[in-house]
Write a protein that binds this ligand. Structure first.
Ligand SMILES: [Zn+2]
Length: 203
């Protein structure tokens, strides 16, 4: 009975009810019938409903081939991700955004030092200060930023490891080139192994 009421409504909120209404033409009228009294149509409907409950999956008409639906969904998810990555209100990951403004599902950095470089989350004084791990500065005293760019481009404590990298190279350029990327890895590894010689704790 409740199904009939839903179908009688001028604007049913239920999509299925709307679909059913569209299928019904003027030659069809709907009436409530008492159950289990041998009405052929009603018995057939009961049988079909019972059979449907035994199926392992449900039938769902998608209007699109499954492959196209997956492609469309993937595209939508990427668009959503790109939009939130570009969002000016988003304050997270802005250092990384400068190198990678476009999101990608194929980018994979498996070198932990390069990950530290692209996120600016490494054993740099700037990182220790930002996350209140310890108050410190670089012993060279030449720069107050003391972040990855300081070590990649300027810091004299690692100048012996900096041959190919120039201060005009962007971080993206450095990590995209095999030789400069290797050099940057050596610089960060050296900082990791000589932290006390490079980083000075503040009083
Ligand atoms: Zn320094």
């Amino acid at each position: 009975m409740s199904t009939l009421k839903v179908l009688q409504k001028l604007q049913p909120r239920n999509n299925l009810a709307e679909d059913v209404r569209i299928l019904i033409d003027d030659n069809v009228s709907l009436h409530w019938v008492k159950a289990h009294i041998g009405k052929v149509g009603n018995e057939s409907a009961d049988k079909a409903a019972k059979e449907a409950t035994t199926k392992p999956t449900i039938d769902l008409h998608l209007d699109l081939p499954e492959r196209s639906l997956k492609t469309n969904l993937k595209q939508k998810i990427l668009e959503h991700w790109q939009k939130s990555w570009e969002d000016r209100e988003n304050t997270k990951g802005r250092f990384t955004f400068a190198s990678f403004p476009k999101v990608s599902i194929s980018r994979c950095i498996d070198n932990r030092y390069i990950t530290q470089a692209t996120t600016n989350h490494g054993l740099f004084p700037s990182y220790f200060r930002r996350f209140n791990i310890k108050a410190c500065t670089c012993r060279c005293g030449e720069d107050t930023t003391d972040d990855i760019l300081h070590y990649a481009h300027h810091c004299p404590t690692v100048s012996h490891l900096r041959n190919k990298i120039s201060s005009s190279h962007s971080l993206l350029h450095i990590i995209s080139n095999r030789e400069t990327s290797k050099e940057l890895t050596s610089i960060l590894q050296f900082i990791h192994e000589h932290e006390e010689d490079i980083i000075q704790l503040e009083d």
